[in-house]
Design a protein around this ligand. Structure first.
Ligand code: 2HG
Ligand code: ZN
Length: 476
């Protein structure tokens, strides 16, 4: 069981990073104590900001010896409290921000080695400089860091084409709980030498070790892109259109994002500079993007023809194709501002879930009936990555309702939504992780054998339980 660090240990930890790389005054540690959604507010005696892998290793050696809990911390954009210390004040925070070098780009190998503290936007820029694409793309990319993206197996808006973070990793460098460094920074597409260790740390949310650097896959830069905002009658029609698009454009279909009318309206209402370019109102909207590295594909013509054919069969209600980069950006701003609009509008109950793509219409229909019955103060705002089967089945507080009674509906509604998701063969965490928020539900619902293996792995790699205690796997 981890225990609070004594003054001698705190001194040793400070010495491990040196002056300027630790914080311990109440004001200076405050930004590390609460999560992005303000669900938790913890306490810590010390925040460490190491500048090298050797310093991370030294910190973990000390913490392991003294059995001090360590909470790895990146851009602090977790939705599940994954990077926030608990309230006991006994856990130290290990912020990776100062490990932010791009160690190598290898354009011919379509790979780059980058440290955990680089933001996702910095990773994208480094790839671009080498005339390559790093395709992970999400709303918080200016703040979220690569270490956190890896640790939560982040998804975002281009998963349909390129996969999630796990699919984008060739190798990892990880400091283990006892301070040993696992040097797995291989840049190989083929490597069948034993167990796939890197995969263990992706999505482990810092509970098995600290990722300090990664070798990531790169792709050719897109040279032709077509973007459209489409109005549509129902989620089922959206799936019909997705199938049509995949037949027409294969894996050039890069993004397929679904939004209900309310999400679009709230975004236009609350976020300055956002507009809905479509003339007609529709119950649902899709943001579609096709892309190709081949500049002669003429994707705009392909997308136009596919949407026209869909309109003839009444699959779609309305559509607007972006004819300039500015128009495409405006469409993306509309989509990416939905979380902010929800925040400005009022409280929300969030469910980041996935189901087989074919089950999305049922999830929305049956889930909405649950909200109607169990949280009448809320409006369903189910949006997100429909092409991946990942919806943010969110519920926003209706205007002029009492926030306390609305929030009190959360636990019962969550159980019902998760039951529904489970009955559809889905997952209670699609792309935001388990963190602290979903640890109990995960333990309750996971397959017992799967959970046993996870606990065995945890014990093998972190026998003293110092790595991000209380996240992902709860105490038995
Ligand atoms: C998105 O897809 C993000 O915009 C945030 O994953 C989802 O705020 C949310 O629920
Ligand atoms: Zn999302």
């Amino acid at each position: 069981m981890p225990r609070p660090p004594d003054p001698k240990t705190l001194g040793e930890l400070k010495a491990a990073v040196g002056a300027g790389s630790w914080l311990d005054s109440p004001d200076s540690v405050e930004p590390y104590l609460s999560d992005f959604r303000r669900l938790y507010h913890g306490a810590t005696p010390l925040v460490l900001l190491p500048r090298s892998v050797a310093e991370v290793a030294q910190i973990l050696r000390i913490c392991n010896r003294e059995e001090v809990g360590v909470v790895p911390h990146g851009g602090n954009t977790s939705y599940c409290g994954g990077a926030t210390p608990d309230e006991t004040g006994s856990q130290i925070v290990l912020c990776l921000r100062q490990l932010h070098r791009v160690r190598q780009t290898d354009a011919a190998n379509y790979s780059m080695v980058i440290e955990a503290g680089c933001t996702l936007a910095e990773a994208q820029a480094a790839a671009r400089e080498a005339d390559r694409l790093f395709p992970l793309s999400l709303g918080s990319e200016g703040t979220a860091q690569i270490g956190g993206n890896l640790s939560t197996n982040a998804g975002g808006t281009a998963v349909l084409r390129y996969g999630m973070m796990r699919d984008l990793v060739l190798g990892l460098e990880v400091v283990l709980a006892d301070g040993r460094v696992l040097n797995g920074l291989k840049s190989l597409r083929k490597d069948n030498t034993g167990y796939d260790l890197k995969s263990l740390f992706v999505g482990a949310e810092g509970t098995l070790g600290v990722i300090t650097a990664a070798c990531l896959k790169l792709f050719p830069l897109p040279a032709d892109t077509a973007t459209a905002l489409v109005g549509i009658d129902s989620p089922q029609r959206a799936l019909d259109l997705l199938a049509r698009l995949r037949t027409a454009a294969g894996d050039q279909v890069t993004s397929f994002e679904l939004m209900p009318r309310l999400a679009v309206e709230l975004t236009v209402q609350h976020v300055p500079g956002v507009a809905n370019p479509l003339d007609q109102n529709s119950p649902w909207y899709l943001l579609i993007e096709l892309s190709s590295p081949n500049p002669h594909q003429d994707l705009l013509t392909l997308l136009t023809a596919t949407l026209e054919a869909a309109a003839e069969r009444n699959t779609i209600v309305d559509a607007m194709l972006a004819t300039s980069i500015a128009q495409a950006h405006a469409m993306w701003k509309l989509r990416e501002s939905v979380p902010e609009a929800q925040r400005r509008h009022g409280a929300s109950l969030k469910h980041d879930v996935s189901v087989p793509v074919s089950a999305i219409p049922v999830l929305i229909e049956e889930g909405s009936a649950l909200v109607h019955r169990l949280a009448p103060e809320g409006d369903v705002i189910a949006y997100g990555h429909a092409g991946d089967g990942n919806l943010h089945f969110n519920v926003g507080q209706k205007p002029d309702t009492d926030i306390k009674s609305f929030m009190a509906r959360g636990p019962v509604l969550e159980l019902a939504v998760f039951d529904l998701v489970e009955s559809l063969g889905g997952s209670i965490s699609a792309e935001h992780g388990i963190g602290r928020l979903k640890a109990a539900e995960f333990a309750r619902r996971a397959d017992p054998a799967e959970l046993d293996v996870m606990r065995d792995l945890k014990r093998a790699l972190d026998p003293k339980g110092i790595m991000n205690p209380g996240k992902v796997l709860c105490e038995r």
